[in-house]
Write a protein that binds this ligand. Structure first.
Ligand code: SF4
Ligand code: SF4
Length: 128
């Protein structure tokens, strides 16, 4: 796909995080209290600051943790919705540049990721 770096996917993000994502970001020095939160079902999510993901640099229009970004950000704009299943997010202005091959490959990844994140949230809520 082509990414125009418009930043729309980093605005008011609700991107979910796996434990591996959290550990990877902690390993490069970020305090998880400052970049993530748990929703009411114990799913880990990125925090926002002034309308954008805490890792988004609004001035330079870049992700400041690009090479360490969460898996869901790498898979985007392929997403999973309960209504449509694996799909390309309408929010992305470059959605039409996602190829069939990318959709299939990223589709498998998004399902695996969602299963893992759900297992982790269930385990977390069982231990709280
Ligand atoms: S919304 Fe799409 S085009 Fe814009 S930065 Fe995100 S992936 Fe790239
Ligand atoms: S981690 Fe990077 S790519 Fe993901 S939402 Fe935040 S700024 Fe955007």
């Amino acid at each position: 796909m082509r990414c125009s770096r418009c930043g729309l996917c980093c605005e008011e993000t609700e991107m979910m995080l796996s434990n591996t994502d959290i550990e990877r970001l902690e390993a490069i020095g970020y305090d998880k209290e400052k970049f993530m939160k748990y929703d009411s079902h114990s799913f880990a999510q990125l925090q926002n600051h002034q309308g954008y993901c805490v890792f988004y640099d609004v001035i330079r229009s870049v992700c400041t943790v690009y090479s360490h970004r969460p898996q869901g950000c790498r898979i985007y704009p392929v997403v999973y919705s309960e209504e449509e299943g694996v799909t390309v997010d309408d929010l992305c202005p470059e959605k039409d540049t996602v190829t069939e091959t990318e959709l299939r490959t990223k589709g498998r990844k998004v399902i695996r990721l969602l299963r893992r994140i759900t297992r982790e949230a269930v385990s977390r809520s069982a231990h709280t």
